[in-house]
Design a protein around this ligand. Structure first.
Ligand SMILES: *Cc1c(COP(=O)(O)O)cnc(C)c1O
Length: 463
């Protein structure tokens, strides 16, 4: 079934000024390259990829205004003019009082986790994200999933699968005590659930409950503009608001934030943490010197902070975000029409193939999502990413593999990079692989690194 948002046309509000040629490969080439990469798409060389849908992280095309902003870099070690522009942009568009730049999102996660979490505490969240959870654990905390059950069902059409289950949160508070919950971790949108949004109504309810217990909300605002667009499109009473205004309302309901500006904010590198509490700011400013750099650059070049300020403003424009999500849904609807099993409803930053249904003859121990990503690359040179048992890693205490309910392959769309014709190629290739799915064999893992195994694990075809 096709899924339509309100705007009929999602045509891009820009034209192309510069192009980047890509290399073309043959199927025989790709069979060799993927074997050399241990059947892990993260280990392919990008020159061997035709359409790169590995991630939307740091892969966006910057606008001419952002490229011009690079020329305004004030590369001072301390007090760069660009820092103050960034601070202005964060205050204006997101509303947080204080900002500390970091080299990317995980730099902010590391520092904020260390400041806010004491060993033995619990951090409830609307589903885990790999680096976010890891930093919570490294700080001695334990992540607790409080996302609504619908999020774990890839066929449930509930529009706000990023919502928190308030009963789960209430139960946790009753069980461990509010004093053992430093904050609730809220992601907009929820990456691991398929790019699913949280509603304003649900976030307000989380705010009310946490206020009652003196618990903070830390906002993983990596894709906040995309989440705001989905609220505008789907939430009752929100349709007449601008995306920029909804973004502000979301941020205003939270106490602090970590941002990977490599996603929504349209730059290739960078991040920050932001907060309203002066004491937390003081500590963050102090710790950032240890891990990232002085608090007025935090690992970023002045020019990159300038491009980020421009990117933040562009990212909340209605015409931009409509084209961005519109392209994702164009691809998704093509696949749905061909009967391809996808995680639904369609999310905002990519299409998630349901690998469990795509390759039903493979058990989870045969890495169906990893296998499917490799097959897709061999078929057409399209690079996707595993989001399943490899990404889920192992339980910290028992050392046993986590078995996530969702085994998926993510086709993530870089912002402003590919055309509608590219999307057609991607759809054709997925359909090709689907038609010969019965003959596809699984993989075995032959090398597993200790941390975040999906990045560097190596595989071999099963005999
Ligand atoms: C990418 C991402 C992060 C981490 O940010 P990096 O810039 O890659 O370090 C955190 N949370 C979410 C939801 C993300 O997508």
């Amino acid at each position: 079934m096709k899924q339509t948002l309100k705007p009929k046309s999602w045509a891009e509000p820009y034209k192309i000024k510069m192009v980047e040629p890509v290399f073309m490969t043959t199927k025989a080439d790709r069979q060799r390259y993927i074997a050399e990469a241990g059947y892990n798409t993260f280990l392919l060389r990008s020159r061997d990829v035709y359409i790169d849908l590995l991630t939307d992280s740091g892969t966006s095309a910057m606008s001419d205004r952002q490229w011009a902003a690079l020329m305004l870099g004030d590369e001072a070690y301390a007090g760069s003019e660009n820092f103050y522009h960034l601070e202005d942009a964060v205050r204006r568009y997101y509303g947080y009082k204080y900002i500390v730049p970091t080299h990317q999102g995980r730099g902010a996660e590391n520092i904020l986790s260390q400041i806010l979490i004491s060993p033995g505490q619990y951090i409830p969240g609307n589903m885990y994200f790999t680096t976010t959870r890891l930093h919570q654990e490294l700080a001695g905390g334990q992540f607790v999933d409080i996302i609504v059950d619908e999020a774990h069902d890839p066929d449930n059409l509930f529009p706000f699968k990023g919502n928190c289950d308030l009963e789960k949160l209430q139960t946790l508070i009753a069980k461990v005590g509010a004093e053992n919950i430093p904050y609730v971790s809220i992601a907009t949108t929820v990456n691991m659930a398929g790019g699913q949004p949280i509603s304003l109504e649900n976030l307000r309810a989380v705010r009310e409950l946490t206020n009652k217990h003196g618990i903070k909300i830390v906002h993983d605002m990596t894709r906040v503009a995309e989440n705001a667009f989905m609220i505008q499109q789907l939430e009752e009473g929100q349709g007449t608001k601008s995306v920029a205004r909804i973004v502000r309302e979301i941020c205003d309901l939270t106490d602090a934030a970590t941002m990977s500006s490599k996603k929504d904010a349209l730059v290739n590198i960078g991040g920050f943490m932001a907060m309203n509490d002066e004491q937390v700011y003081d500590q963050a400013r102090n710790l950032v010197v240890v891990y990232e750099g002085l608090h007025t650059y935090g690992g970023m070049a002045g020019r990159d902070m300038e491009a980020l300020s421009v990117g933040i403003a562009e990212s909340v424009e209605d015409t931009h975000i409509r084209a961005r999500v519109g392209q994702v849904h164009y691809l998704g609807n093509k696949l749905l029409e061909a009967g391809i099993p996808l995680i639904r409803p369609l999310g905002t930053h990519g299409i998630f193939l349901n690998a469990t249904k795509f390759l039903p003859h493979l058990s989870q121990d045969e890495f169906p999502a990893q296998t499917l990503a490799a097959e897709l690359y061999i078929d057409s040179g399209v690079r996707a990413m595993e989001r399943g048992i490899v990404s889920a890693g192992r339980d910290k205490k028992t050392g046993k593999r986590n078995y996530p309910k969702l085994e998926s392959v993510r086709l993530t769309l870089p912002r402003r990079v590919y055309t509608q014709a590219h999307m057609d190629i991607v759809a054709e290739s997925v359909i090709n692989v689907y038609e010969r799915r019965a003959g596809i064999k699984g993989l075995e893992m032959i090398y597993e690194p200790e941390f975040l195994p999906f990045f560097q694990a190596r595989f071999a075809p099963r005999a």
